[in-house]
Design a binder for this molecule. Sequence first.
Ligand SMILES: [Zn+2]
Length: 307
Amino acid sequence: MFIIVHNKSIVGEETALKTKNVRNFVTLIVLLIIVVLFVPACDIEYYVDEPSNPDIPGNLDVYFIDVGQGDSIFIRTPNDNTILIDGGEADQGENVLNFLKELGVDKIDVIVATHLHSDHIGGLITVIENIDIGSIYMPKTTHNTKTFEKFVLSVKQKGLQFKPAYAGVDIPLDDVDANFVGPEKKDTYDDLNNSSAVLKLKYGDVSFIFTGDAEKESEEYMLSSGQNLRAQVLKVGHHGSTTSTSEEFLKAISPEYAIISCGEGNKYGHPHKEIIQLLEEFGIEIYRTDRDGTIHVMSDGKQIEFK
Ligand SMILES: [Zn+2]
């Protein structure tokens, strides 16, 4: 286009065109200077608001709350989804609720009641009565206790319905993979510990496995199912009892860290010394709520940090 204009032009027009070109060139240089001086500042502001990797906008926080003899685990995902696995005994409900309030949590998106023993569902009653709940997962079992009755009532009064937890069920979350790897799908379960909902949580390269009180029978099922059980962080089954954590199961998980949730001087002798020895043989770093209190684990999807 420019060449055609040049061919047709006379000398006067050509000079005017050259002057115009010089002016355009100067304008371009000025614009370039403005871009060089100001755009980097805008750039910095942009990255402050939005991290450079949109897939990993924040941290995953996992708290193994000290509830004495029992389990209670609170998870806050990078996009602020909240999960509560178990709530300790009924008398720990206030403790768990206060812990959540201190963190500024006003809604639990997902509750997982691993199984119906009181040291897992007892404390959930107070939490359910006092805080908004999105959904609740539980294995398809029943238990003839007052604690279970109260628990069911608290869920009904919230207008919630139990969602069944068994291997293959995924919890729909937008930033982490949360799927149950146990128990085996059945109509009902004879043994409560082995009915435990076992949740695997994956964020980036980092995985956690929360086993409730699953014992060797359920571990054998999980091993035979061919599911990927690998996780850097293992919540040790059944408070470190010898009923759980077979060598084969531990090998399949290959954790770097083991968390044992139990009460100081508990009557069951948890954690059993055989399990501590086994974890030590595998070179796994052990954390215990009876000694360390509440354990806070943080991850950016690549690294794991204990607070
Ligand atoms: Zn238990």
